[in-house]
Each structure stands twice: as structure tokens, then as C-alpha cells.
Design a protein around this ligand. Sequence first.
Ligand SMILES: Nc1nc2c(ncn2[C@@H]2O[C@H](COP(=O)(O)OP(=O)(O)OP(=O)(O)O)[C@@H](O)[C@H]2O)c(=O)[nH]1
Ligand SMILES: [Mg+2]
Ligand SMILES: [Zn+2]
Length: 303
Amino acid sequence: MKALVYKSTGSWYIVKDDTGRFRNARIKGIFKIDEITSTNPLSVGDEVDMQIEDEVENSAVITKIYDRRNYINRQSPRVKHQHHIIAANVDQSVLVATLKEPRTSQGFIDRFLVASEMYHVPSAIVFNKIDLHRKKEQQQFEERKQMYEDVGYKVNGVSVKENTGIDGVKELLKDKITLISGHSGVGKSSLLNLILPDLNLKVQEVSGWSGKGLHTTTFAEMFDLPFGGKIIDTPGMREFGLVDLAKQELSHYYPEMRERLTDCQFNNCLHLNEPGCAIKDAVANGNIHENRYISYLNILESI
Ligand SMILES: Nc1nc2c(ncn2[C@@H]2O[C@H](COP(=O)(O)OP(=O)(O)OP(=O)(O)O)[C@@H](O)[C@H]2O)c(=O)[nH]1
Ligand SMILES: [Mg+2]
Ligand SMILES: [Zn+2]
């Protein structure tokens, strides 16, 4: 019987079968998937075949994994060269960011966007905790919103605490399979609890907030949205390591650069100091946001 993986801990899984029933499943034996070296063979969003093992215990054995439409990788936090597949077969990736408690840097946001472009997964940004914005943050929010919308990304400002802007997020999520990412403490689980009132996901105690991020969610998990679609909550992340990215490719993953690349004099232009560079011209003319170019340089240097 076909089933969909809703939760993966790396050693056991929760799957939903074709009849809509949830089961505890495990893998029997070893099967290799694609050519990826991954610390977890199956991830949330994987389509599988399963056999019922025990009706009473509600257990099942996974016997086959179907080819993935796409998958989202993260560098394993423990082993540098190993990848950890966070989710498979997603329609879009949404970053929850905050300008305060904790602060999400532009560099982190741009790394997220680059990673999504690499996977060919459409992405959007939700700025949460706008209730905490004072004049400075509000101005920064408006600047960033404009900057990212100009490039073509959707940006929403919300407060889960005060229930503002949530309709816009629901519209964004409707009928799609969405992966939610962001630093620990930005309110990913809180957002899901608001959208899915019966859910009761564990969130950080307000008193426990130390500014460090305590990682309240430990495994990625998928949920059905009552208005259509699915959403995947993930553990908070500190950094966005970009796996398998060459310097030469980076500008392809900045949409505003990608569309101008053929205008550079050299086709291997890195847009640093080369003559006839269309990207540097566009930055000088204000057609590419200077902050985006700066983040490009920072990422380039880190590769
Ligand atoms: N002021 C304010 N606080 C919020 C808002 N949304 C969430 N919080 C608080 O932020 C804290 C962290 O929320 P979580 O939902 O646990 O964050 P998370 O992103 O799931 O964190 P991890 O699971 O560790 O990745 C909690 O104390 C929430 O009550 C908001 O809109 N405004
Ligand atoms: Mg959480
Ligand atoms: Zn160039």
C-alpha cells in the first residue's frame, strides 16, 4: 500500500497510508536512495510503499521509496561532510524571520533564498513578531520587504501573538506542501499552533527565552492544513550551510543577477572587478540593491 511519511526520526517513521490512517513504520534491511550520502535515508514528504506488520500495534514496514521530485538538504550539524535531508517533495519553502528576539540577519535570509533557488523550490519570507517592532525595526522591515519583493519574493509581516497578518500566510500556504524554516525561537511552532488550533505543538516557554534559542522542536513533522495543503515544521537552525555550491554558480541563484548575466563581457565573470560587468553597473544604477550585492560578496567569499 502507498503511504506518505509525516515524521522521520531517522530510525522510525510515522506514515499516513492511502486510507488516511497513521501508522508507526520502520525500514527493513538497507536500501540505498539516489546517490546521496545522507544521515537519514527517508524524510518527511517521502512517498513510500508499506506493508502492514501488526494491525493491533498499528505498525508497518516500509518496502520501497519512490523517486523524489525534489528534496531539501542541510549540512549535518554533527558530521560536516554528511548531508541531512530535511524534507522531500515540497512545493515551497517559507522562512520565518524576526528582526528582534532573535534577530535574523540579512545574510541568513539570503543564504536561505540561495539554497531554495539551488533546489528549484519557490520561497517566501514571513517576518514574525512585528508586535515587537519599534521605529527602527519597522523601518528595517519595510526596507527589507521592498528589497525582496523587488526581486520577486513574497514577504509577509505577521504577529502570531496578536494574530495579525495571518490571513495572508494562510493564502500563501493554501493547497501547497510547505517547508517552514528559521532560527530557533522565531515562532515557527507558534505559527502552526495558531493555524491548526487542535495541534498543541510544544513551544518555548516565554520565561525560558534567553536569546540563545533552545531548540524546542527536534524533528521535522508534517501536518494537514484544514484549508488545504500540508505544512512541515522543522527544528530551528543556526546557519544555512550551502552544500555543493561553486563560486561561478552563485549569481545564478540571485534572480536579479541571473537575468543580467548574459550582459557581462566575460561569461565566467564573478562580478568583482572584471571590466564590462553588467551586475556592477546595475548596482551602481540602483537596479540591484546594494545590500543584496554585499551579501553576494559575503557568500562568495565563504565558498
Ligand atoms: N512577541 C511575540 N512573541 C512570539 C510571537 N510568536 C511567537 N512568540 C514567542 O516566541 C517564542 C518561541 O516560539 P516557538 O514557536 O517555540 O519558536 P520555534 O521557531 O518553533 O523554535 P524551535 O522549535 O526551537 O525552532 C515563544 O515564547 C512564543 O510565545 C509573536 O508574534 N510575538
Ligand atoms: Mg518549534
Ligand atoms: Zn559580471
